[in-house]
Design a binder for this molecule. Structure first.
Ligand code: HEM
Ligand code: HEM
Length: 281
């Protein structure tokens, strides 16, 4: 139904003109880099790896009825949190460090121009790209050179809105927040943080589902070469048969699965003990 409707819609002369004027992407500013450097591949992988563990531990925090292990920091014997919250927060620190390095390198390398909109044309082009996706008549594009506008907007949202939001609300609920700063706590009540933190996770999970589906559906081998092997070409068909990125991606999935399985109290407790004490009550 939706497909048929959008197919009809894009065939109306007015809409045909619109799609011709706004093909789904606009030109990057002068001097924008072409292709992905290896550091961007690394940062992307580390981000995925850490985020999977963050979501795993976050869900555990939410749905665990009675935690079976607790952690008390060495520097504050009064405080006690579940081992799941400890793990969640420890991975958060690594994820934030990775994110700050990523954003810093984006700006010094010029790579930011690919994921930060630089023209108002991003909006009509994003609409155009969405219509093309819905009509299953997909835009021919090459992420090695430029993203389409809906990609650009979503990546921008993930890096510059959702991630800072997760951090700002997470920090509010964490032990490093100054609990006796009364004015601050009135201005930013913990209930707000609680109400926003979980929906932020839902957004991340939805993003990942759509993102990975589209990566696979729009030229899996080529896209994986871009993001896992730093290989690509201005010719979108040049690396269509090359499996290098796919194998690196597969190895990275094994690592993620291994970490998922390993992240259980038996293995986490010895690490947590390096920074405090672990107890069963
Ligand atoms: C196994 C999971 C994932 C795979 C296979 C994957 C794959 C890719 C690929 C192939 C690209 C480049 C797209 C292109 O060349 O057209 C890309 C870009 C990107 N991905 Fe992922 N991705 C995954 C998970 C994630 C996650 C969890 C996030 C963040 C929540 C994420 C955020 C991004 C961002 C922000 C970009 C744009 C980066 C830039 O150009 O600076 N990805 N991803
Ligand atoms: C710097 C980043 C982050 C910090 C400091 C942080 C901190 C926290 C803290 C302290 C809690 C425990 C709240 C409690 O005791 O009830 C929590 C819960 C949670 N976190 Fe995070 N977090 C961060 C990022 C994330 C991200 C990126 C996600 C998912 C994508 C996430 C998902 C969750 C979930 C699902 C919960 C359970 C929430 C609930 O019970 O409603 N967190 N986080």
């Amino acid at each position: 139904m939706v497909v048929l409707f959008t197919r009809w819609l894009v065939s109306v002369p007015f809409m045909r003109d619109f799609l011709a004027t706004y093909p789904g992407e606009y030109e990057l500013p002068e001097g924008a880099p072409i292709g992905f450097p290896a550091w961007l591949n690394w940062q992307h992988f580390l981000n995925v790896f850490l985020l999977v563990l963050i979501i795993r531990s976050g869900l555990e925090v939410r749905f665990q009825k009675r935690p079976n292990a607790f952690w008390t920091p060495r520097w504050n014997k009064e405080r006690k949190i579940s081992l799941a919250v400890w793990f969640h927060q420890s991975i958060d620190v690594l994820w934030l460090v990775n994110g700050v390095i990523f954003v810093f390198l984006l700006f010094v390398s010029g790579q930011w121009m690919r994921i930060v909109p630089t023209s108002w044309e991003v909006f009509p082009n994003a609409l155009s790209a969405v219509l093309q996706y819905l009509s299953l008549d997909w835009p021919i594009e090459n992420g090695w050179v430029n993203y389409n506008s809906i990609q650009q907007l979503t990546y921008f949202l993930v890096v510059f809105v959702a991630s800072p939001l997760a951090a700002a609300t997470g920090v509010r609920m964490s032990g490093i927040w100054p609990t006796n700063a009364q004015r601050l706590n009135v201005l930013y009540p913990i209930e707000w943080a609680r109400a926003v933190h979980f929906p932020t996770m839902v957004f991340f999970v939805l993003f990942i589902a759509v993102h990975v589906t589209l990566v696979i559906a729009t030229g899996a081998l080529r896209n994986l070469n871009h993001m896992y092997a730093a290989q690509g070409s201005t010719d979108p068909l040049a690396l269509a048969e090359n499996w290098t990125g796919f194998w690196i991606f597969s190895a990275s999935l094994l690592l993620i699965v291994a970490a998922w399985v390993a992240a259980r109290p038996l293995l986490l407790a010895p690490i947590a003990r390096l920074f405090g004490s672990v107890s069963s009550r």
